[in-house]
Design a binder for this molecule. Structure first.
Ligand code: FMN
Ligand code: SF4
Ligand code: SF4
Length: 243
């Protein structure tokens, strides 16, 4: 069983590719309403994006609920460039036999830029090759640690990740421009269930994982986060790998 969390589709795509290649099933952990039954599973995998060199909150919460069975356990952390100690943190919550980082297009546009199209394409092509290798290793239950932690990983995964959770996950800067058509997609798809439509416009509650799905997936690019995103492009995996 492969559980995934994904904002803009990279981790969902990676989880589904791995499931296809290993004859397994990929399940969106944000859609589960109770702890999964993993009895009888020979493999348990987690695929998720790195957030500020650490774990997304739903992944951390979910990992704590996973049973410790005799199954082969592995995790793949998708990231724009480096994973820091995200996988080490996960290993403390849910002991892993194998840990991987998988570089994929960056979706963090609050203060950083998207990859250009050629870079994004090259990253996805390389990730596809790497997933084939990971699938063979996982199928053989071969313990592997292939993680690009980057520089100052301990500092970034502690201090910066703490700062991200404490100060950066506010929804106050989200708004929809007049381009909004009131289609409701942002409200339907938010994994935190925090967006509701009022008078045909999205309104954000407090809870937010900062997955950026709403920002990137609005069909008319109406959603902004402060002023900084107005000039930025948008990214979802479907631009490169249709579902
Ligand atoms: C809030 C946030 C923080 C991020 N932090 C990092 C990071 O620390 N290191 C990194 O390489 N990429 C970082 N990224 C980029 C994502 O990890 C990367 O694009 C990932 O593949 C997105 O996966 P998804 O499409 O499944 O959501 C961050 C993205 C977001 C939204
Ligand atoms: S997805 Fe975009 S167009 Fe649709 S309701 Fe949300 S902001 Fe408006
Ligand atoms: S409000 Fe947007 S960024 Fe926050 S959890 Fe929902 S979809 Fe993700």
């Amino acid at each position: 069983m492969i559980f995934y969390f994904s904002g803009t589709g990279n981790s969902r795509w990676a989880a589904r590719r791995l499931a296809e290649l290993t004859g397994d099933t990929a399940i969106d952990l944000a859609r589960l309403d109770k702890a999964p039954d993993c009895s009888g599973e020979t493999r348990i995998g987690l695929v998720f994006p790195v957030y500020a060199w650490g774990l997304p909150e739903p992944v951390e919460t979910f990992a704590r609920t996973l049973p410790r069975t005799g199954a082969f356990t592995f995790a793949v952390a998708t990231c724009g460039s480096e994973a820091g100690h995200a996988l080490k943190k996960l290993d403390r919550l849910f002991p892993l036999r194998s840990s991987y980082s998988l570089v994929m297009p960056n979706n963090y546009i609050l203060g950083a830029d998207l990859d250009d199209e050629a870079t994004a394409r090259a990253k996805i092509d390389a990730a596809e090759k790497e997933l084939a290798v990971i699938a063979r290793e996982v199928a053989a239950a071969q313990p592997v640690c292939r993680v690009r932690e980057g520089s100052l990983a301990a500092l970034k995964s502690s201090v910066v990740h703490y700062g991200f959770n404490r100060f950066a996950r506010s929804t106050k800067a989200f708004y929809a421009t007049n381009a909004c058509t009131g289609c409701g997609r942002c409200a339907k798809d938010c994994p935190a269930g925090t967006i509701r439509l009022e008078n045909g416009r999205p309104v954000w509650g407090d809870k937010c994982y900062q997955c950026l799905r709403c920002l990137h997936s609005c069909p008319v690019q109406a959603i902004q986060y402060g002023k900084g995103t107005e000039t930025k492009g948008r990214y979802t995996i479907e631009q490169y790998r249709p579902l």
